[in-house]
Ligand binder design. Sequence first.
Ligand SMILES: *Cc1c(COP(=O)(O)O)cnc(C)c1O
Length: 376
Amino acid sequence: MRPIQMVDLKAQYEKIKEEVNAAVLEVLDSAAFINGKPVQAFSEQLAAYLHVKHVIPCANGTDALQIAMMALDLQPGDEVITPSFTYIATTEVVALLRLKPVFVEVDPKTFCMDVEALKKAITPKTKAIVPVHLYGHAANMEAIMAVAQEHNLFVIEDNAQAIGGAFTFSDGTTKKNGTIGHIGCTSFFPSKNLGGYGDGGAIFTNDDTLAEKLRMIANHGQKVRYYHEVVGCNSRLDTIQAAILQIKLRELDNYINARRSAADYYDKVFANHPKITTPYRAPYSHHVFHQYTLILEGVDRDALHQHLAAKQIPSMIYYPVPGHRQNMFASFGLTQVEMPITDWLTERVISLPMHTELTEEQLQYITTQVLEFVNR
Ligand SMILES: *Cc1c(COP(=O)(O)O)cnc(C)c1O
């Protein structure tokens, strides 16, 4: 059996190797390393795939979030509501821009922003909401957009973990994750569902005015070269990464199907286990399983992690320290807030290997070892 990895990028690469190598060599031959043709081509192809008007490529997912927030003309001290139960990038950029992160709880079933908690967190200073489609499950965007509309707030979707996933509204219409809020952000970090072979990111919007501003901010605040209208930053997607991402975008739906099949296998084996809660799939969310994350009760989670490691099975805790317990937010007064649901989840979640190349043999071995420990 092939060694089990959290994410097996090498096995995935083997299947597209010739195409990728040729595309990379073509970029080297062209010497157009910055803003070469593949950057524009990939952005257009991604826009078509997502059915969104504008895709603005940038250097990574953290920059995407930062640029999105810079485009909203917020003032220091303005409040931005985000979950605490997310990767640090979501909340860090809020603090970096001297805005005030306001943490809300997640729904313990979906791991995404709790809409009732969101409503309670709104104050006259609230300006934006940043829902995160964590682990590949969509946040309840229909409810979140309704709240945003009522209070005249911006919504920036952190779609780093759920690209290709979709949200179904109560009228039956469907939109791709990241294209529902005013702005969507994603990351092409190698291990993401659409990952390059280095860093990369993108910003999505259907709003022409916002698109122009986002493009300008990502490019030193200039529309015309050397004429800088606003303070921006330098955030670009490499031509080489764009060339690779063009190939991987064509495979994205196959990759998602492979992840969903692996999740189905796990689900079946763990179904109705008294100590294991398998990932919930809300009817509105087409889950793309960036992670396959269990909630354990009455199990020594860290001992299970050790047990699996001893059997050459990697597992991960996403994330071991939630935002409201990070020292970086102490000066914002955020380490004092109480988030019992987030703390409860943090102590009980464990993510199992999840990627596009998992074999039935590997899945059988992983699930057998998990049950062997949990049933002790
Ligand atoms: C990966 C990730 C990011 C940041 O992306 P980078 O490309 O690593 O900067 C932001 N938010 C979430 C939820 C992520 O998973």
